[in-house]
Design a protein around this ligand. Structure first.
Ligand code: HEM
Length: 486
């Protein structure tokens, strides 16, 4: 019925592609930028063909709302892809699970154990302890530090204590662990961000033309070993009756026997893999971008330090309960998400049925990309200096006062929106705010010799997550009274 009633509609406009491959080779090394440029020619709803697959791209707030609000139910699964198959345990995870009972179960479990207001409050001491470790580690460093790496270790440890009841990295940052783990996550994001020709041209999938599947299988093996080790260790200390996520999952595993939706070791590993990867690099790269933006704007940094000094003082570190008292901090974090969204093309969705959007025909099986990066820079939504870092736009009297990142304001959707909005939004947002506040309050950041604040490299690296091409390295100089660091 659908197809017949929509037949008179056209597909959305878009560039002509190559025979067989379609537009896939036209994406270049930074697809979010290429797609943004194409949207200027073809409009906010763009049609492409990747091999035999229809792909549409939403590039402004109104169009994103059509899909993620009005038609969200029809776009609440993710398209098939080799990453989900070869890395994420053949779709048995949460991120790629088809919309349905298993997705619902996994998502509920996460809410219960990790992301609800109550769970978040229960885990607050863990985050605060890990942030103290971060600050103390920086105080001990006595040398310039790679800020993203230090923040990544902190975010990963805070998460791993919630997930498996212990840190995965030593707190002094020594040893191979943190770098190796971060490198694995970055590799995952890099692989997941490449459009694999084999996903769209089945006839040549077996050739693995970009060598991606081979790399995915290899990476999967490394993650699987990491997760197996965590689970084995966890079993060995099981008598300590932990209340971490893994303990809950193991308990539930036995209870789901005979139910429609099974929870086995594979689902458990897949879920842990999701949470470890979705929750670390996204968070730490946002903190890194925020800090660089602040250092490029010394006046703004000074204002933020004044805000922190007046709310927190100089005798203690920031605590999570201070965050709600820090409007400029919150505005800085929003502005960072606007210009540097962690996942510039969000995560893809797929049309389950034919539909008609904005007068255009969208066939079932179409992949939907939402260009969150382009939406954050769209002059229609952000008329005042859209490319400049101006957190004041979110403060009272600012044009965007009240606009939030939580999925209700479509001009700012770094966490996506709708049914499949980021599951870890509450935690991710809080960790980013908490770490940015702490790093700015506890330290002045002195640049490396030869670096100039206004000359810092702002180049983006390629991948599913929008990392800096150049890591940000600077020297932390304490600015609080001594006892704050004890
Ligand atoms: C700066 C922090 C983060 C950002 C910007 C971010 C962004 C996103 C985005 C854009 C999506 C896709 C949403 C959609 O399809 O509409 C997503 C999904 C997801 N995120 Fe996050 N994320 C962040 C942190 C986290 C954290 C801390 C966790 C967990 C520890 C997490 C877990 C997930 C999961 C499980 C999904 C899949 C949800 C589903 O398919 O139902 N994220 N995230």
């Amino acid at each position: 019925r659908d197809r017949r009633s929509h037949r008179h509609c056209r597909l959305p406009p878009g560039p002509t592609g190559w025979p067989l491959l379609g537009n896939i080779l036209q994406l270049g090394s930074k697809p979010h930028q290429t797609l943004h440029a194409l949207s200027k020619t073809y409009g906010p709803l763009l049609h492409l063909r990747f091999g035999s697959v229809h792909v549409i791209v939403a590039s402004n707030a109104t169009t994103a709302a059509h899909f993620l609000r009005t038609h969200d139910a029809n776009f609440s699964s993710r398209p098939p892809n080799s990453g989900a198959e070869h890395i994420a345990y053949n779709y048995r995870d949460l991120v790629f699970a088809p919309y349905g009972p298993r997705w619902r179960m996994l998502r509920r479990l996460c809410a219960l154990q990790l992301f609800s207001a109550k769970a978040l409050e229960n885990l607050r001491h863990v985050r605060e302890e890990e942030v103290v470790c971060l600050v103390q580690g920086l105080a001990r460093a006595g040398k310039p530090v790679d800020v993203g790496a230090a923040v990544n270790t902190c975010a990963t440890n805070a998460l791993s204590r919630a997930l498996v009841g212990r840190r995965v990295f030593s707190v002094d940052g020594s040893g191979e662990g943190p770098e190796e783990f971060k490198e694995m996550v970055v590799e995952l994001m890099r692989l997941a961000g490449v459009f694999n020709v084999g996903d769209f041209v089945p006839a040549i999938a077996w050739l693995d033309p970009q060598g991606l599947v081979r790399k995915m299988k290899k990476l999967h093996k490394r993650f699987d070993e990491f997760l197996n080790k965590l689970i084995t260790e966890h079993q060995e200390m099981a008598d300590k009756s932990n209340n971490d996520m893994l303990s809950l999952l193991v308990k539930l595993k036995d209870e789901t026997d005979g139910e429609d939706v099974k929870l086995t070791d594979t689902e458990i590993k897949a879920l842990l893999l999701n949470l470890f990867t979705a929750g670390t690099d996204t968070t730490s790269s946002t903190v890194e971008w925020a800090l660089v933006e602040l250092i490029r704007a010394p006046g703004l940094l000074g204002r933020l330090q004044d805000e922190l000094d007046s709310v927190v003082g100089r005798d203690r570190l920031v605590s999570e309960s201070d965050l709600s008292e820090l409007p400029l901090l919150q505005a800085v974090v929003k502005e960072t998400f606007r210009l540097h969204p962690s996942t510039p093309l969000s995560l893809p969705r797929v049309a389950t049925e034919d539909c008609k959007v904005d007068g255009f025909f969208i066939p079932s099986g179409t992949t939907l990309l939402v260009n969150v990066w382009a939406i954050g820079r769209d002059p229609e939504s952000w008329p005042d200096e859209p490319l400049a870092f101006r957190p004041d736009r979110f403060l009272p009297n600012g044009r965007h006062h009240g606009v939030d990142v939580k999925g209700g304001d479509f001009e700012l959707i770094p966490f996506g929106a709708g049914r499949r909005v980021c599951a870890g939004l509450s935690l991710g947002l809080r960790m980013v705010q908490f770490m940015v506040a702490t790093l700015v309050h506890a330290y002045n950041w002195v640049l490396m010799e030869g670096d100039q604040a206004d000359g810092l490299d702002m180049e983006e690296a390629f991948g599913l997550t929008l990392r800096r091409a150049m890591p940000f390295v600077a020297h932390p100089v304490p600015r609080l009274s001594r006892k704050a660091y004890d």
